[in-house]
Design a protein around this ligand. Structure first.
Ligand code: UFG
Length: 328
């Protein structure tokens, strides 16, 4: 396998690159560093480039004799996507279409695509299977769904072979402790909680405690980033075996409320966390829990990190040693 990883300097990308290095003949990271971190890529070849730079993309694919792409490069903030839809349609849709053209023009037909639970919107029931109705409630989810549909059309007409992986809530950090989550600005629950534990924030704001859940706060399915990385490796191996363009959910299949995540973080860190109940955040569904039975059954994927405390433990190690992220 000779793999190009777009967005390989980002959070999920860098963990996947680390895992691919053990199984692939060549791994080349292609990232414009608008969100990613150069320090997150230590051993693989690195090209600083943009999805819209077709000549550089084509030259990288040809010179490195790439035969498959794992495509992470995208914007992924739900709130921002509602305020700046142009950025999301341009980068996530137009950028991916550009990548597909360059790939196919250069004889690369295999792609693993980062998708999201946001394609489902507010599901009528959980757990969510891949067949659950897709009705995104935000622009980010819509851009990912549009690309899933476009890739299916390319598969039918142009021989593209793709796998779309719909992530639920990615979290945790590499057990080696040298790569982890570093977003600017940070908006995700677990890093914000841990920054509060480190004294970098006064309190954690809980977005609404009047949801129809056991303690009134939203329920999410938290999945360790290394378990996500493992799924990319399995998906690639299946594509090389000739699998037909499947779509898979990636989650642990169990949900935790915001208050339960905070309590788990208090147990892991041994620190008490100041909480503040504030208004609901627009567009947050009450409950998102995955059924990941399909990828278990078809590819044998089995998440290693099954309990929330062990996931938070890896994130805590990263945040303690890198309080300023990669610039620590
Ligand atoms: N939350 C808080 N306070 C915070 C931050 C988050 O209460 O300061 C709550 C949210 O309301 C939500 C939960 O914690 O209920 C998790 O929020 P995150 O922002 O960590 O994650 P999301 O569930 O909003 O989003 C994640 C990914 C998105 C993806 C989505 C799919 O980050 O990219 O899952 O459902 F689209």
């Amino acid at each position: 396998m000779r793999i190009l990883v777009t967005g390989g300097a980002g959070y999920i990308g860098s963990h996947t690159v680390r895992m691919l290095e053990n199984v692939a003949e060549q791994v080349v990271v292609y990232d414009n560093l608008s969100k990613g971190h150069r320090q997150a890529v230590q051993s693989s070849a690195f090209v600083q480039g943009d999805l819209f730079d077709s000549p550089l993309l084509a030259q990288t694919i040809r010179s490195q004799r790439i035969d498959a792409v794992v495509h992470f490069a995208a914007f992924s903030l739900v709130g921002e996507s509602m305020e700046k839809p142009n950025l999301y349609y341009r980068n996530n849709v137009q950028g991916t279409l550009n990548l597909l053209d360059v790939m196919l023009e250069n004889g690369v037909d295999k792609l693993v695509f980062s998708s999201t639970a946001a394609v489902y919107g507010e599901p009528a029931c959980v757990p969510i299977t891949e067949d659950t109705a897709k009705d995104p409630t935000n622009v980010y989810g819509r851009t990912k769904l549009i690309m899933e549909q476009a890739m299916a059309d390319y598969a039918a007409a142009c021989g593209l072979k793709f796998t779309a992986l719909r992530y639920f809530n990615a979290c945790g950090a590499h057990p080696a402790g040298d790569i982890g989550e570093d977003h600017c600005p940070e908006s995700h629950l677990i890093p914000l909680i841990l920054q509060t534990c480190l004294g970098k924030r006064d309190s954690i704001k809980i977005f609404g405690d009047d949801y129809p859940t056991k303690d009134g706060t939203c329920i999410r399915d938290y999945i360790h980033v290394d378990d996500l990385a493992q799924a990319h490796v399995l998906a690639l191996q299946a594509l090389y075996r000739g699998s037909a363009s499947p779509v898979y959910n990636l989650g642990n299949g169990c949900g935790f409320t915001v208050k339960e995540v905070i309590a788990a973080a208090e147990a892991v860190t041994g620190r008490s966390i100041r909480k503040e109940i504030v208004a609901r955040r627009a567009g947050d569904p009450a409950v998102l829990i995955a059924s990941a039975e399909k990828i278990r059954r078809e590819l044998g994927w089995k998440p290693e990190y099954r309990d929330i405390q062990s996931i938070i433990q890896t994130a805590w190690q990263w945040h303690q040693t890198h309080p300023e992220g990669f610039s620590s």
